[in-house]
Design a protein around this ligand. Sequence first.
Ligand code: ISE
Length: 342
Amino acid sequence: MTEQTSDLRVAVVGVGAMGADHVRRLADRVVGARPVLVADASAQTAERVAAAHPGVRVAPDALAALDDDDVDAVVIASTGPTHAELLLACLERGLPVLCEKPMTTDVASALEVVRAEAAVSATTGKRLVQVGFMRRYDAGYVALRQLVETDELGAPLLLHCAHRNASVPPYSTSETVVLDSLVHEVDGARFLLGEEVTAITVRTPRRRRSAPEGLADPVFALLETQSGALVDVEVSAATGLGYEVRTELVAERGTALVGTESGPLVARADTAVRGRRVPAGFLERFEAAYDAEVQAWADAARRGTAAGPSSYDGYAATAVTTAGVEALRTGRRVEVVLEPRP
Ligand code: ISE
């Protein structure tokens, strides 16, 4: 496929909060792409999202969206367990695809996707899958990666990561917190340090009293890496406060902290308090990163390929988080051994 001259016509599968946000982004901000079709397990949700965007139709189901003649590329934002089947279907049809994280929720299906994409690349020379690890497009995380890459602070020793949600969806369990939230920290560590995670331990302190019934909150994970760096991660499910994500690098000759800088520092006469607003959720906190991510994906998809986080990145992250689920369940340190890149 040569560079497409008209707009990339995109189907968005799964239009809950994240998918609907991507539809808006594709309609209003991404250059060279537009949403044409949506599908969702809830027909009502699909109708509502389509109605807000003139020219967007509703497909009867996800596979029908992939088969539609008007579709050049696909965004998958349905729930994690539905991703593997949809990704394999996109690969079969040669459709470039942006798949939200987690790429899949088990290692076997993640490897199946990696191998299916490698088979396509062997004949076309092109990738088709980008995984939605948007932090790789966040200015703070990109700057932190550059500090590591240029060796400005010397060898990384530790990463301290905090990932705090105000609340999580009602269907959340301790396992989905590891698979859906911790996965960002795993990919973040792989991206920032440029190496693989080799083992994970997960502990839980005394439970937050206000946490939803049955949910371990917070969860505390320790990741070990190939070079001997350590990464500690707090994931809080339901602080009730807002969305806070920060990462601090401790290296041989200095430290660097990202994630504390959102919004202006406001002094208010009515409260006599000086402070910054805490973003309500991830859509607000990472809005610019999502915009950059989807633009980069659309640019590559117009050339019939994919850029950014790959299916192997999706597989490696799922291998660590599924080990994390085992570590949480057993209280034991679980080693992670990855299959080599195909
Ligand atoms: C959610 O699914 C996301 O992907 C967010 O980025 C993450 O911060 C949140 O914890 C997840 O539930």
